[in-house]
Write a protein that binds this ligand. Structure first.
Ligand SMILES: Nc1ncnc2c1ncn2[C@@H]1O[C@H](COP(=O)(O)OP(=O)(O)OP(=O)(O)O)[C@@H](O)[C@H]1O
Ligand SMILES: [Mg+2]
Length: 324
């Protein structure tokens, strides 16, 4: 869906972005991860042509983006700015309606779509006529997201969308983010400097340093096959937590075959096999379940297991990874 080839941006002598290449498949969530100044925002802004590159090529849906006008290009791309970038003198409704206005939607259609988005993002109508400075940081970020989603673009670029939030609010918004149907239909490039966030939300991560991509792979690739000591050291902190986030249920060998018998009075939740082990822990921790019913759509099977069985499968998987 998105193909970036040997993309560079030089500001005088500073090589902000230095010959990077990567691809994003349709409906995938790619994370650009790296410390401050490594070139993440510059990369993102070249994709919607807010910055013109010094060299390189970008294709979206097989079309060369430099052969389109920037305005046409941006109509198909939602953009969430670093520090949310809401206009302070526009109300919430006006901020969200910026793109519909450019597209000359009629008033009814805009109002309907804005109301629909507010509901999906768990904000009430009372916020429509409020100004951004009357909102909390988390609410502002939700409005920034609504503004990017309003015209239902196929591609979404997000620059540290959950940057300035406390940990509790952030994990709440992460959960909403993962559950939002609209986002599952989008191809997303998200920038963050937070390793945990990258592992939780990314299908695929480009770890950057000084304008270059050091490693490009799945969270598990980076964790279990780090390309060099830079990658290893970058992921060193809270490694166990990253492992929980990198390993998906469908990678584990099943502790039990078939559907296990449920004990009387036990709490059993259904869970998709496509989620990380981290989500499993959340079910046990926050939902107090005794057992999980794992639905594996890809292989058309269902299996269940309790906490001990799942933990043991997790450690078995880890052992295999490190033996290879
Ligand atoms: N307009 C500009 N003129 C000159 N140098 C710039 C300009 N924009 C960015 N740079 C430089 O390019 C490098 C990359 O900047 P960029 O904003 O892409 O970093 P970033 O990874 O997004 O960092 P952060 O996490 O702090 O947002 C930095 O060294 C920065 O100083
Ligand atoms: Mg930045």
């Amino acid at each position: 869906m998105i193909k970036v080839q040997k993309l560079s941006k030089h500001f005088g002598k500073v090589k902000a972005v230095d010959e990077i290449s990567f691809e994003v498949k349709e409906h995938e969530n790619l994370i650009l991860l790296g410390t401050s100044g490594c070139g993440k925002t510059t990369t993102l802004k070249m994709i919607n042509r807010l910055i013109e590159p010094s060299a390189g090529n970008i294709f979206i849906d097989s079309k060369n983006i430099f052969e389109q006008s920037p305005e046409t290009l941006r109509r198909g791309i939602g953009y969430v700015l670093q520090n949310n970038g809401l206009f302070p003198h526009y109300t919430v409704a006006e901020n969200i309606a910026i793109v519909p206005q450019l597209l000359k939607w009629d008033k009814k259609r805009t109002e309907k779509r804005v109301a629909e988005l507010l509901e999906k993002l768990h904000l009430t109508k009372d916020y429509l006529n409020v100004y951004p400075n009357e909102l909390s940081g988390g609410q502002q970020q939700r409005i920034g997201l609504a503004r990017a989603l309003v015209a239902d673009p196929a591609v979404l670029l997000m620059d540290e969308p959950f940057g300035a939030l406390d940990n509790v609010t952030r994990s709440k918004i992460h959960a909403e983010f993962k559950a939002l149907d609209e986002l599952k239909r989008k191809t997303i490039i998200m920038v963050t400097h937070d390793v945990q966030e990258a592992f939780e939300l990314g299908d695929h991560i480009c770890l950057m340093d000084q304008g270059k991509i050091i490693q490009d792979g799945t969270p598990a690739d980076l964790l279990f096959n780090p390309k060099n000591s830079f990658v290893k050291e970058f992921l060193q902190e809270q490694k166990l937590q990253l492992e929980f986030k990198a390993i998906k249920l469908n990678q584990l060998s099943r502790p039990l075959k078939g559907e296990a018998e449920k004990g009387v009075g036990q709490k059993v939740n259904n869970i998709s096999a496509d989620v990380s082990f981290w989500s499993v822990l959340e079910h046990f921790k926050f939902d107090g379940v005794d057992e999980l019913n794992v639905i594996d759509k890809e292989n058309n099977e269902t299996w269940s297991a309790n906490f001990e069985e799942l933990m043991s499968a997790f450690y078995q998987y880890k052992k295999q990874q490190f033996h290879e």
